[in-house]
Design a protein. Structure first.
Length: 332
């Protein structure tokens, strides 16, 4: 089969489509014929040699996939049959023609949804769902600040905050991105490049601040985050785009607000925890992607690249211009 690959860490030019061995479904696993995957910041980090896959995971890029069931391993429960349209969050291997997935980690693709649209769901939406509900314990009426609001996770988080009857506030780097977040349901949005988002957030919340911050930026935002975090607020860090080294009296500032910091990475979760998140997501959220259910949720696809243009897709994400997900179409 063909897969996205690189022989040594480095820039996008190191990527190519390589012919590799097709995997076989093991005990309790399902073989999925992949029609589409999607690109994530973790793929860029892995390509640079800074985010190796967990022990035992595929070294092929790709943390999510959408496709159809092509085979069943021994001891499968019978929940899935050949030809079923499925999607999954993966620890690796999604940007290939086939991938094996533990049967409990598969999710059905909502009716009337294409593989391209479905590929934009697993990583972004499960990340946002887990951060908001399992880590942040979001409550109705709370205010949630979402950094990188126009990213895949950001656009999912906006809609999930609305679904929880809470109030989404975002930061983004262009007016176009802020408009897109507003269309997705953001109550307010601020351009971090030319505005002090902490001042704007305090102004919007009439001085009370936000209850939850979803932060993939890290070190460079720590002071402003604490400035606009409410008393007893939860600051959830799931990425470190600006690094992790903090200079200043972070702990005293946290203590003064009785605030808490939570760290979360989905990729390193064990299979049982991942299965729990996905079962809750499947039951509580997935129905809202289908017509006739209100409110209606919508994955946002920014652009689609064929697998042989994987290097171009990486360059596009590194330019940080995408609004929503960059999807990789896998050849038949």
């Amino acid at each position: 089969m063909f897969a996205a690959y690189f022989d040594c860490p480095g820039g996008p030019e190191n990527l190519y489509m390589k012919e590799v061995m097709k995997p076989n479904a093991g005990e309790g696993e399902v073989l999925v014929k992949v029609s589409a995957s999607a690109l994530n910041r973790a793929d860029l980090l892995q390509r640079r040699g800074k985010y190796p896959p967990p022990k035992g995971a595929s070294d092929i890029l790709g943390l999510e996939a959408a496709g159809s069931v092509a085979g069943l391993g021994p001891s499968c429960s019978g929940r899935w049959k050949i030809g079923d349209a499925v999607m999954a969050l993966l620890s690796g291997g999604g940007q290939a023609q086939f991938v094996t997935v533990p049967e409990g980690l598969l999710m059905p693709i909502p009716k009337d949804m294409t593989f391209i649209q479905a590929a934009a769901i697993p990583e972004a939406w499960l990340t946002a769902f887990q951060l908001l509900h399992f880590v942040g314990k979001v409550q109705e009426g709370e205010r949630v600040l979402i950094h990188a609001g126009a990213s895949g996770v950001g656009m999912a988080a906006i809609q999930l905050v609305r679904l929880a009857k809470a109030i989404p506030i975002v930061t983004a780097g262009t007016q176009e991105k802020l408009e897109a977040t507003a269309n997705a349901g953001a109550a307010a949005g601020f351009n971090y490049k030319n505005e002090d988002f902490s001042e704007k957030v305090l102004e919007f919340t009439q001085g009370s601040g936000v209850d939850i911050i979803l932060d993939c930026v890290g070190a460079s935002y720590w002071e402003k985050n604490l400035d606009c975090l409410s008393t007893d607020g939860r600051w959830i860090i799931y990425g470190l785009l600006s690094g992790g080294e903090v200079h200043g009296d972070l702990l005293a500032r946290l203590l003064s607000k009785r605030a808490s910091i939570h760290m979360s990475l989905l990729r390193s979760r064990d299979k049982q925890a991942s299965s729990d998140y996905q079962q809750s997501f499947t039951e509580e959220v997935l129905p809202h992607f289908s017509g006739g259910v209100s409110p209606r949720l919508q994955p946002l696809v920014d652009s689609v690249y064929p697998l042989h243009a994987i290097a171009e897709a990486h360059r596009a994400m590194e330019e940080n211009k995408n609004i929503g997900k960059i999807v990789i179409e896998i050849p038949v």
